[in-house]
Write a protein that binds this ligand. Structure first.
Ligand SMILES: *[C@@H]1O[C@H](CO)[C@@H](O)[C@H](O)[C@H]1NC(C)=O
Ligand SMILES: *[C@@H]1O[C@H](CO)[C@@H](O)[C@H](O)[C@H]1NC(C)=O
Ligand SMILES: *[C@@H]1O[C@H](CO)[C@@H](O)[C@H](O)[C@H]1NC(C)=O
Ligand SMILES: *[C@@H]1O[C@H](CO)[C@@H](O)[C@H](O)[C@H]1NC(C)=O
Ligand SMILES: *[C@@H]1O[C@H](CO)[C@@H](O)[C@H](O)[C@H]1NC(C)=O
Ligand SMILES: *[C@@H]1O[C@H](CO)[C@@H](O)[C@H](O)[C@H]1NC(C)=O
Length: 470
């Protein structure tokens, strides 16, 4: 009897212990779960209350957002009999994939004045550790950020930068003029997507008035990355280049808007360098200061289509071969483009004295409106410098097609100035229909120098200067 009682007592203790352990585990887990949910909810609710971001200390999930996998699975306790306030929940596996990290939770203020660079860095550091996670820049906020590098050699693949809000450039001299290569950099990533309706505001009207040593610092630069997607965002008023890809592979840019006003210097829209497999489509590129898209050495398999461009300098390959350098570009396909008020529409420009080649280039179905010189090859490019010495070597140009270039021009319809020593070969002109813009005088006729190839009607105006292949 006594021993039975003892047994019962021990059993009771055991049950109580187990039950309370279960309750604790369950409570802890539930708490974690609840906190996570709360974090997300409060992120959203802060989002709704503009300018009232608060409780960042409660939201800091860089350390506790994700339960360590070691905690799971806990020993399954025997379900306590009777109703429990803690309904037995099937423990969800820790979410270590596709998690969201909001910059507000890392202390970003988003008031356009406070420097949020550190918060962005911390958010990135957390997101970077989890494959396919998303760093969120929420809408209705303006974040003063940069210069900043979202660097990835140790990051997990397929990260998403959800840009819904506005990111504004800092106004201090250490930003763009200190030899930094960019304002916002994404580097060495495997799978990076920038998406959202956000605005990247470079405040160029401030920077354009400051003399800078460098003339090609991009606002947003991708370096050494694979599988890059940029979609939805607007990049505007960049101090210099808007968007640059250097040493990247498999890049897709679509549905973006780039804009800067007419008096902005050297503000290329999209600058490509040493990159392969780039597609740019369904985008609006208005960069009065320079090229809509500029394709530099080391680029291959570039496909640009359904883009509207202007004002600006047009879509250009080059300038290549500066200071005797070697340049290699091939497989460039540009089609279905609207060009309005640009300097050129389809252009290849090389400096004298370079080497290398440009081949397999096709510009087709380009609608031009009041474009100065729609079709241009310039192997004497000198970028406004007064004395570029004559040199015999040149980047070699071959297999270049201009087809379906239609609309109005204001200076000269076709200008093909090839190198004295290495003529352009296999130039194909087809379906060219270019009319002078009404009321424009002092127009030049088509010009060719050392350009060889063929012409397929209709051609308007008549072009007689292109020589047949030798
Ligand atoms: C932020 O939260 C603290 C308590 O955590 C509260 O005292 C303070 O009033 C809150 N501030 C705002 C702006 O909501
Ligand atoms: C978040 O937590 C981490 C680690 O506990 C800490 O280093 C960091 O400063 C915290 N950030 C904020 C914004 O509180
Ligand atoms: C960001 O914007 C997209 C729509 O463009 C929306 O689906 C998403 O919920 C937004 N995310 C946040 C965190 O606001
Ligand atoms: C890029 O994406 C493709 C298709 O999604 C995938 O097969 C490839 O492994 C990715 N490349 C890298 C370097 O992640
Ligand atoms: C070009 O303009 C025409 C109308 O002139 C329009 O139908 C077409 O969608 C435009 N294409 C692009 C890429 O903007
Ligand atoms: C280069 O050659 C052109 C044509 O032969 C000539 O008119 C020009 O003066 C030369 N320029 C220089 C800097 O030698």
């Amino acid at each position: 009897m006594r021993s039975l009682r003892q047994h019962l007592f021990v059993l009771t203790i055991l049950i109580i212990t187990l039950t309370s352990t279960y309750v604790e585990i369950c409570h802890a887990r539930k708490n974690t779960h609840w906190r996570t949910k709360d974090e997300i909810e409060s992120s959203f609710s802060t989002k709704k209350h503009k300018g009232k971001s608060n409780g960042t200390t409660h939201h800091n999930h860089s350390s506790k957002h994700h339960p360590s996998p070691k905690l799971n699975p806990p020993p399954p306790p025997p379900p306590p009999s009777g109703p429990s306030p803690y309904a037995p929940v099937t423990p969800a596996p820790p979410v270590l994939h596709g998690t969201t990290f909001n910059v507000l939770d890392y202390g970003a203020k988003g008031n356009g004045v406070t420097d949020d660079t550190k918060a962005f860095q911390d958010t990135w550091a957390a997101a970077c550790k989890i494959a396919a996670s998303t760093m969120v820049v929420p809408s209705n906020y303006e974040f003063l950020v940069g210069p900043i590098s979202f660097a990835g050699p140790v990051c997990q693949p397929n990260l998403v930068f959800q840009a819904n809000g506005t990111i504004v450039a800092p106004l201090n001299h250490k930003g763009f003029t200190s030899g930094l290569l960019q304002w916002i950099e994404f580097t060495k990533l495997r799978g990076i997507t920038i998406q959202g309706r956000g605005i990247v505001e470079g405040r160029g009207n401030y920077w354009w008035n400051i003399n800078s040593d460098s003339d090609d610092d991009p606002s947003v630069r991708f370096y050494g990355s694979y599988n890059v997607t940029v979609t939805g965002i607007t990049i505007r008023n960049s101090p210099q280049f808007h968007l640059k890809f250097d040493t990247c592979q498999s890049v897709e840019v679509h549905g973006i808007t780039i804009s800067s006003p007419g008096d902005s210097p050297n503000t290329d829209g999209i600058h490509l360098q040493n990159s392969a497999g780039v597609t740019i489509h369904h985008s609006t590129l208005a960069c009065a200061g320079d090229d809509c898209v500029s394709i530099q050495t080391g680029c291959s398999n570039v496909f640009i289509h359904d883009v509207s461009c202007g004002p600006g300098h047009g879509i250009s390959i080059g300038g290549l071969g500066k200071d005797g350098t070697m340049a290699v570009v091939s497989g460039i396909n540009v089609q279905n483009i609207n060009m309005t008020g640009t300097q050129t529409a389809a252009r290849i420009k090389t400096w004298q004295g370079g080497s290398g080649s440009v081949k397999n280039v096709r510009f087709s179905n380009i609608q031009v409106s009041e474009v100065e010189t729609p079709i241009m090859i310039d192997q004497y490019y000198c970028n406004g410098q007064s004395h570029c010495a004559n040199k015999s070597s040149a980047v070699t140009l071959s297999d270049i097609t201009f087809q379906g270039i239609v609309g109005t021009y204001t200076v000269q319809p076709v200008y093909l100035a090839c190198s004295d020593n290495t003529p352009c070969t296999n130039i194909h002109l087809a379906d060219i229909e270019l009319q002078p813009t009404d009321g424009i005088n002092h127009l030049y006729g088509p010009f060719c120098w050392n350009a060889f190839g063929d012409i397929k009607a209709p051609i308007q105006p008549t072009i007689t200067c292109l020589k047949n292949e030798k």
